[in-house]
Write a protein that binds this ligand. Structure first.
Ligand code: NDP
Length: 432
């Protein structure tokens, strides 16, 4: 059975709360951004006056057009995932000792998707506004459809697991929430987590960012500089993601978190709605920043995205070369850590203790959160809601740092303690 570490605060009760609270939150966020001027107070007042009936009234039902948009997008991405050429990539060895093999064609799929979308718009075949105009119905369809998809994952994990990296905790709610399988596949080649996390979730983020820009252009005849900065930073971040997609296959999301509601529903619903929300807000709030401020925000955001990329690159280059690389111009300092797999074999791994990984054990989360701040701040400070993603991300990543520390501590034991003694701070050097 694949290893699972549950965050201590994510108790059984909080799992149920997240399962039930997330879907209405997605719809309320969309409603507030699009129909309540981005004002939480306005939505709150509406709900206070109208209660549950009010929520039912504003909840858009999934329509055939919404299902069609989702089905076309999903089918196109699944086709690209299977059909586009790409180098063979071996993921990290799993807890059960398997080595998952992938086809690294994410950047090609990303380029083909954006070019096709922009081409269809340019030649008047599809108007991206249709996506924005049906956004509520699309989110509603995603909320329900992804829930059904997670039930499919749960059943597949029980009936037809793809590999030995699977198993039940004995509690059906935990199995549904955290997932049963680490690398579920359809056939030999179609990796479900690559589809949900990368080709649907991250790709929809890029497509929606472009959609918001085009919608603002169609509404106002021009695109505000705030929207341009927001879209440019998000697209640079997503381009970086697909550039480095095979690196992502070595991270916690893919190598440790199993395919369940937590990660798959999150990528299928939370990413297209919450992650894109600063752009969604800007569509009908076209703030004009002026060139100096716009350029300052853009450059600050680019710097953060670069540092975040460089942290990930440093760790992967260090592992790939077995520590025989330069970190900030010098030979890296490291800990040679041994651990036992679930099969009882002893293996060794290297822990980098210099460069970014010598500043704090999860320093890479600082530029990640800062980048999100910089693509949100073009909205300025009239409303709180555009900042929801930054706040959510901060909580997610601080919890993740704790989860990762716990997992590494149980994996590496005394070697992880040596790392903690040498690099004392978890995320922010000198503070935490
Ligand atoms: P990673 O999986 O990339 O890094 C943590 C893992 O790296 C550990 O589990 C451990 O794995 C290994 N490791 C830990 N310390 C060291 C060290 N000193 N030297 C070498 N290896 C080490 O982290 P994440 O998946 O959290 O992050 C990957 C990227 O994704 C980041 O850029 C992050 O900001 C981003 N991210 C974005 C999110 C978003 O929602 N926007 C959410 C989460 C991440 P092992 O078992 O191999 O030793």
């Amino acid at each position: 059975m694949a290893e699972t570490v549950h965050s201590p605060w994510l108790t059984y009760t909080s799992m149920i709360s997240l399962l039930t609270l997330c879907p209405p939150f997605v719809i309320l966020l969309w409603y507030t951004m699009v129909h309540a001027d981005g004002s939480i107070l306005q939505t709150f007042e509406y709900l206070r006056q109208n209660g549950i009936d009010g929520l039912k009234t504003i909840w858009p039902m999934p329509t055939p057009i919404a299902w069609k948009i989702i089905a076309c997008f999903g089918a196109f991405e699944a086709f690209l995932q299977l059909a586009l050429p790409g180098k063979r990539f071996e993921g990290p060895i799993s807890p059960a000792g398997n080595v998952p093999v992938y086809k690294a064609n994410g950047l090609q799929a990303y380029a083909v998707t954006l070019l096709t979308y922009l081409g269809l718009w340019w030649f008047g075949i599809i108007d991206p506004s249709i996506v924005y105009d049906h956004l509520g119905e699309i989110y509603s369809a995603l909320v329900f459809g992804s829930f059904v998809f997670c039930i499919f994952l749960y059943l597949k994990g029980h009936i037809a697991p793809s590999s030995t990296d699977s198993g039940s905790s004995g509690n059906p709610i935990i199995d549904f929430y955290w997932g049963m399988e680490l690398y579920p596949r359809i056939g030999k080649y179609f990796d479900i987590k690559v589809f949900t996390n990368c080709r649907f979730g991250m790709m929809s983020w890029a497509v929606l960012a472009v959609t918001y820009c085009i919608k603002q252009y169609e509404m106002n005849g021009k695109v505000s500089d705030s929207m341009l900065v927001n879209t440019a930073l998000m697209l640079v971040y997503i381009t970086k993601f697909f550039w480095w997609e095979s690196g992502y296959w070595c991270t916690m999301d893919i190598a440790h978190d199993r395919a369940g509601f937590y990660i798959c529903w999150g990528c299928l619903v939370w990413v297209p709605s919450i992650y894109t929300s600063p752009g969604m807000y800007l569509v009908n709030h076209p703030v004009q920043l002026g060139t100096p401020l716009a350029v300052l925000i853009l450059l600050s955001g680019l710097l953060c995205i670069y540092i975040n990329y460089d942290c990930d690159r440093q760790r992967q280059e260090f592992r790939r070369t077995n520590g025989k690389c330069k970190i900030w111009g010098k030979a890296p300092s490291k800990i040679v850590a041994s651990y036992r797999t679930t099969k009882g074999e002893t293996k060794t791994s290297l822990l980098l203790t210099s460069g970014w990984w010598g500043l704090a054990r999860h320093f890479h989360y600082v530029p990640e959160i800062s980048a999100a701040f910089f693509w949100t701040v073009p909205a300025l400070f009239n409303h709180f809601l555009p900042y929801f993603y930054v706040i959510f991300l901060t909580i997610l990543l601080f919890d993740r740092a704790k989860r990762d520390d716990d997992r590494c501590s149980s994996k590496y034991g005394k070697y992880w303690k040596m790392y903690c003694d040498k690099v004392r701070y978890r995320v922010i050097p000198g503070i935490y």
